[in-house]
Design a protein around this ligand. Structure first.
Ligand SMILES: Cc1cc2nc3c(=O)[nH]c(=O)nc-3n(C[C@H](O)[C@H](O)[C@H](O)COP(=O)(O)OP(=O)(O)OC[C@H]3O[C@@H](n4cnc5c(N)ncnc54)[C@H](O)[C@@H]3O)c2cc1C
Length: 383
């Protein structure tokens, strides 16, 4: 990872060692069993990693965005499932509370989240995926100021483990995005049920499930931000989240390159290492080149966020490019290993299954292209 700035290399080395010791040994089992490991959650909690984006005042690490991206990449390098749960907890669950929560909400949720109790973000619904503005979940305000929530969310990461869920709901009957509001729900609330778990092709150890809200009554103190600004809030949330999914794809791509390179150097054909075969050598060169370009894009979009510059177009480009590089590197890695690449004896097939999902979650590649092209047109119009 030589394009990592000098200032961030000690952090990268520390996290790499942590991941090798505390996460890597469990990654294959989590994938096979389709369950996240408690010992991984606890080890990360002991290291404070669940508090990565939480301010120090609430017990978090308050990392700058490049340090956070490096953390996500290193976790992704050993385990996509753990990485997705960490990214969803930090970027999607905790961030909206940090950015839009009241002081009471911050005091109530962030210290627990920093200690390793998970937070989830439930936006997607069976009939509202890419078009998240089509949300059908309803929250209707009662005469006493309380709200009654009714609806179903799906594909929610951290769904069964979270102690708090940031959700979106429509707070009046108008069809536009101006009627969407965010709320914080808790699994113990009457009318909250966790539904079917997804049996996914990749990221199988990550916790993904439906959520059902049936006449769930909450006080107004559970509303996150003003009524009607939920769409804007989750667009801001996803802008940051895309940096982390890009970083996660980098981790998977790097993992595939690590395994492929070692394999190509150690395995011999007719007395020569496979790495000496030109087609394999060129594959390795393409993987390294694309990976380095993607890492520069992820780190630069992270740096722009920290400098307070508009970064939405850059985080979309980072997510788009890095997730496609993730697919390319993991696919190519399976090919370099040949039959061994299809075997569970090598983790590269897991990386390949995991990487594909990075092109879908937090906005598909097509949605990133829409975000980027709309930004370009806006830039031209502003000239
Ligand atoms: C591993 C994983 C974890 C996830 N975790 C969460 C989570 O924690 N919380 C949450 O709320 N959601 C989560 N999701 C859901 C995710 O956000 C959605 O899958 C994503 O937004 C795409 O929606 P969809 O799957 O319904 O696809 P659809 O919107 O049905 O899209 C299907 C296809 O049509 C294309 N398409 C759709 N609209 C357009 C358009 N306007 N222009 C061009 N092409 C278009 C898409 O690119 C895609 O190729 C997760 C998904 C995955 C895979």
């Amino acid at each position: 990872m030589t394009v990592v700035p000098e200032s961030h290399r000690p952090w990268q080395a520390k996290i790499e060692a942590f991941c090798r010791t505390h996460i890597a040994p469990h990654a294959g089992r989590m994938d096979r069993e389709g369950e996240f490991a408690d010992e991984v959650q606890q080890a990360m909690a002991a290291e404070g990693l669940w508090g990565a984006v939480i301010p120090r005042d609430y017990g978090g690490l308050e990392l700058d965005t490049r340090s956070y991206a490096i953390l996500i990449e290193e976790v992704g390098r050993v385990c996509g499932s753990t990485c997705l749960m960490l990214a969803a907890h930090c970027s999607l669950g905790c961030f909206p509370i940090v950015a839009f929560g009241t002081e009471e909400q911050k005091q109530k949720y962030l210290p627990r989240a920093a200690k390793g109790e998970l937070v989830a973000f439930a936006l997607t619904e069976p009939e509202a995926g890419s078009d998240a503005g089509a949300t059908q979940t309803k929250a209707l305000q009662q005469g006493d100021g309380s709200w009654v929530v009714q609806g179903t969310k799906c594909w929610c990461t951290n769904a069964t483990r979270a102690f708090a869920h940031v959700i979106t709901a429509r707070t009046d009957d108008s069809p536009g995005v101006g009627s969407i509001t965010c709320f914080i729900l808790e699994p113990g609330m009457d009318g909250f049920a966790t539904g079917k778990k997804e049996d996914k092709m990749g990221l199988r150890g990550s916790d993904t499930a439906y959520l059902h809200f049936d006449d769930l009554k909450i006080g107004d103190e559970q509303r996150l931000g003003d009524v009607g600004v939920g769409f804007k809030q989750f667009m801001i949330t996803l802008d940051g989240g895309r940096i982390s999914i890009g970083a996660m794809a980098l981790g998977l791509a790097q993992a595939a390159l690590d395994v492929s390179l070692r394999y190509a150097v150690e395995h011999r054909e007719n007395g020569k290492p496979m790495a000496a075969r030109q087609s394999v050598a060129f594959d390795l060169a393409d993987m390294e080149t694309q990976l380095t370009a993607a890492r520069l894009l992820v780190l630069e979009s992270a740096a722009m966020k920290d400098r307070g510059e508009p970064f939405s177009k850059y985080s979309a480009m980072a997510k788009l490019f890095a997730s496609e590089v993730g697919r390319f590197c993991t696919y190519t890695g399976v090919g370099i290993l040949g039959k061994d690449g299809c075997s569970e004896r090598y983790p590269v097939e897991r990386f390949y299954r995991d990487a594909k999902l990075c092109e879908i979650g937090e906005g598909t590649s097509e949605i990133q292209r829409l975000v980027i092209s709309r930004a370009l047109v806006k830039e031209l119009e502003a000239l």
